[in-house]
Write a protein that binds this ligand. Sequence first.
Ligand code: SIN
Length: 355
Amino acid sequence: MKLHAFILALGLAAALSAPMALAQQPIVIKFSHVVAPNTPKGKAADYFKQLAEERTRGAVKVEVYPNSQLYKDHEEMEALNVGAVQMLAPSLAKFGPLGVRAFELFDLPYIFPNKETLYRVMDGEIGTRLFSMLEPRGILGLAYWDNGFKQMSANKPLRSVADFKNLKMRVQSSKVLEAQMKALGARPQVMAFSDVYSKLRQGVVDGTENPMSNLYTQKMHEVQKHLTLSDHGYLGYAVIVNKHFWDGLPADIRVTLNKAMADATQYERDIAQKENEESLAAVRRAGTTQIHVLPYKDRILWHQALLPVHKEFEDKIGRDLIQAVYKVAAQVEKEKVGAAKTPAPKDKPGPSPSR
Ligand code: SIN
């Protein structure tokens, strides 16, 4: 009798501990991206991992796979779709092949005169509208991450528009970026990010464009003799998840992860500019690449050559979206002018400076 009770108790204990053991299995989020860990995106992915794991007390485990270790550009979206990974942060230029061409808005040359305009676009109605276009494809947009303005590089100086003639320039998978290179007289070559360094080294392509942090961490400066600080376009990211996976998370976990993502986003935006400045300084120190600053008169000519790309893509991106960005830029400009005109508060009266 006693033995029977003991076996029953054992059975009960086993039955009770089984769900606990199951509950202790962490929820795994595989977060794949294509850049180096020491870039704004790489650092923020690691920071998100830290926050998510700490704040869920280990109920969530985030596995970050940088540098295209798991998937290259064109493979990542499919991996997200089939649930092989749960989180990605592709550049905004990489949504076109999914059929969401409106994201190419971010690729239009010179569309963002400054970061204030960019953040208002990302965090406002336009950013929300773009994310809503992903949902029918089973994708949920969680955040927009920053990188920075792009610089042009090649093995010859790129000062005037004529310098681009017939150069094979690597671009991301965006029709706008192809059109941009064509407008400069170059021949665009679409290629995965992970292949750029080797193709530059082999001379398969002559040049490329990227923010400094990507250029430096991929060692592109070792195979590019010239760099023009042109700031002609923008590169940023959308952090996305598989919607089915995200919606299936326990509600409290989802709330915690959303907050961790918001904090990681703030961190990412705070470090992006500094990372790019440090990368530029590192490229200067390396001494392999001559750095050209685009004088104002040439900048105007680049503008003139590239602005027609906006018109060319009105139908594909949406005229209303493009106009909405112009409106935000004008508002930011107006506020800046207003702020510059507002007199600074008077200093406290004090003794006149001695002569
Ligand atoms: C990235 O920053 O994610 C890659 C950008 C590129 O493909 O040039």
